[in-house]
Design a protein around this ligand. Structure first.
Ligand code: ITT
Length: 210
């Protein structure tokens, strides 16, 4: 069995990611490795934060790991909240407060286009003989619009107000499988698992027909 740590304190992310991993790779949580701390997230970009979280765990616990940093970019707000999505309504803000602030800022606004972007960084898996641990990056994004009000119970974070393009339901009204099929995280994680599969059994994907 292969193991990799997912450096997140967000249980919603963990559920989605575990659903997409092949059975031969076990995804460990921070509590599985005895880490009960908050992860540092002081970068100016999603890529910086994603690397910072993964590096922190790799440096401290020595295990291969990956981290996900995600932002909601709203066109009418000039791309905000973006990298500050978790702290939009203040540090340690509850998701309901972030959503309330978002709907307030968009009140009366007709142009409601937005996108989720995810950057996943893996640290510690490839060039093991080199002094610097390697890092590899996988990205995914999904476009949509911000609804006028919340709908649905599933998911987490901003899901109750995000309607992906081609849908008339919010992410919170989709099943977990439906969300993973089209979401920013689903896209990034499928790139990651394809790359991991190649590390585990090199060439296997090239031998598959089609
Ligand atoms: P970790 O850093 O521990 O992984 P976090 O919740 O702080 O957890 P982010 O900084 O990446 O993670 O998340 C930024 C914000 O965007 C945060 O409020 C999340 O709830 C929200 N978010 C992330 N992914 C989302 C998704 O798929 N659907 C809705 N909201 C999401």
């Amino acid at each position: 069995m292969h193991r990799i740590v997912f450096a997140t304190n967000n249980q919603g992310k963990m559920r989605e990611v575990r659903q997409l991993f092949p059975p031969e790779i076990e995804v460990l949580s921070l509590s599985d490795i005895g880490c009960l701390e908050e992860l540092p997230e002081t970068g100016a970009t999603l890529a910086e934060n994603s690397l910072q979280k993964a590096r922190y765990i790799f440096d401290k616990y020595g295990c291969p790991c990956f981290a996900d940093d995600t932002g909601l970019e709203v066109d009418a707000l000039g791309g905000r909240p973006g990298v500050y999505s978790a702290r939009y309504a203040g540090s340690h803000a509850h998701p309901a407060d972030n959503i309330a602030k978002l709907l307030y800022e968009l009140k009366g606004e007709h142009h409601r286009k937005a996108r989720f972007r995810t950057v996943i960084t893996v640290v510690g898996l490839t060039n093991a003989n080199q002094f610097q641990p390697s890092c590899d990056i996988f990205e995914g994004e999904v476009s949509g619009v911000i609804a006028e009000s919340t709908s649905g119970e599933a998911g987490f974070g901003y899901d109750p107000v995000f309607i992906p393009t081609g849908e008339n339901r919010t992410f919170s009204e989709l099943t977990p499988e439906e969300k993973n099929r089209i979401s920013h995280r689903g896209k990034a994680v499928r790139k990651l698992t394809g790359w991991l599969n190649d590390l585990i059994s090199p060439g296997a994907s090239a031998q598959q027909p089609g």
